[in-house]
Design a protein around this ligand. Structure first.
Ligand code: 0X9
Ligand code: ZN
Length: 370
């Protein structure tokens, strides 16, 4: 199973998961014989999964609840209920600045909760932020909620612009998939819709948006990991975003957090081509990468998605820019670069959350100068 691939500087790199026990060594030898350079990132993925997220005791959770009013913290990955409780807590505790709106429901009926963080300035530019469109990319909802917590506890980290824009934040676009990745299959990617079962269940929500839907890099086969769905916006998760974003004309930037690979990607994703203002998108992208590096976050590669990663149609970023005319559309692939991949140990949540905050501070500055 290929986890990720990328092309850069004339070389192609692939991360591969070997599922059959004991077959890893043979695969390694075959790749070496074929002339590839091979590095084993994890020789026992199940062990990595077991060690990724040390569970908290009930006592610790009760204590957190008593002390903070919610169970969320950023030393471990949390289930959807804790994340939603945290969002509701923000709205109940800081009603002037935070409110929560359910913009729709998932296939299995879970709410899609968007936090609105208001600047208090009428007509302020707004920024859409989402995470967790791909179920297994746990660092994404963790980093997006870390960003929300930073707005409360350390607003300076978002710069002056951070408090003069409105934020719309959907930390878990794919709540059914997210829960499934906790309860049943750690490496699940799609939502839980579609018509198939087993690995043929689900639609890749980042192939289901309506700009150039069904083109390169999107599959029409339900069993594929990149299944685009039966039609554009067939899924309630993507159509809820379409309805909400298209009704909010103040949204000037659209940032989707994924993992992994450490990339700052901008349109187009559907092919290796770029929009007319790509130089500007690149400049802001490079400012994002520098801000992350200055904050100790290591290096993020900046470029147009289709040429830098691979062509993939029907992504949220392309739709935001191509159909909604939102100037700054970015997909940020968070940590790491492949050592742990999707199964990033929980101790990296805080540093990666800081990367997300640094990125969003730059985007806020860019939209206030529009
Ligand atoms: O393939 C994706 O959806 C994203 N990478 S991931 O490994 N997180 O699945 C990249 C999406 C980039 N944007 C577009 N291709 N539109
Ligand atoms: Zn993703």
């Amino acid at each position: 199973m290929v986890w990720s691939d990328a092309q850069a500087n004339g070389t192609v790199s692939l991360d591969v998961l070997v599922k059959r026990p004991g077959a890893a060594e043979a695969t390694r030898r075959r790749l070496l014989e074929a002339g590839a350079a091979v590095e084993v990132a994890a020789d026992d993925l199940q062990r990595a999964i077991d060690e990724e997220n040390p569970p908290m005791s009930d006592e610790d959770l009760d204590e957190l609840m008593g002390r903070n009013g919610h169970r969320m913290e950023w030393q471990s990955y949390h289930r959807l209920a804790d994340i939603h409780q945290f969002l509701d807590f923000l709205a109940a505790t800081y009603p002037q600045r935070f409110s929560v709106q359910t913009i729709g429901s998932s296939v299995q009926g879970r709410p899609l909760k968007v936090v609105r963080v208001s600047s208090g300035k009428p007509g302020a530019p707004a920024i859409w932020v989402d995470g967790g469109i791909h179920a297994r990319e746990w660092i994404s909802p963790a980093s997006v909620t870390y960003f929300l917590n930073t707005l409360v506890e350390q607003p300076e980290a978002l710069g002056a612009a951070g408090s003069s824009v409105d934020w719309f934040v959907l930390p878990v676009v794919n709540p059914d998939g997210y829960e499934f990745s906790h309860s049943s299959d750690r490496l699940w990617r799609k939502n839980r819709g579609g018509s198939g079962s087993g690995r043929c269940a689900g639609v890749d929500l980042n192939r289901n948006f309506g700009y150039r839907w069904g083109g390169q890099g999107a599959s029409r086969r339900p069993c594929d990991e990149t299944y685009a769905g039966p039609s554009k916006f067939s899924e309630p998760e993507t159509s809820a975003i379409r309805n909400f974003v298209s009704a909010n004309r103040n949204i000037k930037a659209y940032v989707s957090f994924h993992s992994y690979g450490q990339y700052v990607l901008y349109p187009w994703g559907y092919a290796a081509v770029v929009p007319p203002d790509h130089e500007e998108l690149k400049r802001v992208g490079q400012r994002i990468a520098s801000a992350i590096a200055r904050g100790g976050g290591g290096s993020y590669t900046v470029g147009p998605a289709g040429a830098t990663l691979y062509p993939a149609s029907g992504g949220s970023d392309d739709w935001a820019k191509g159909s909604q005319g939102i100037k700054y559309a970015y997909t940020v692939e968070l940590r790491d670069r492949g050592r742990h991949g999707f199964v990033l140990p929980a101790q990296y949540i805080v540093p990666t959350g800081r990367d997300a905050v640094a990125a969003l501070a730059v985007v806020a500055e860019a939209v206030t100068k529009l």
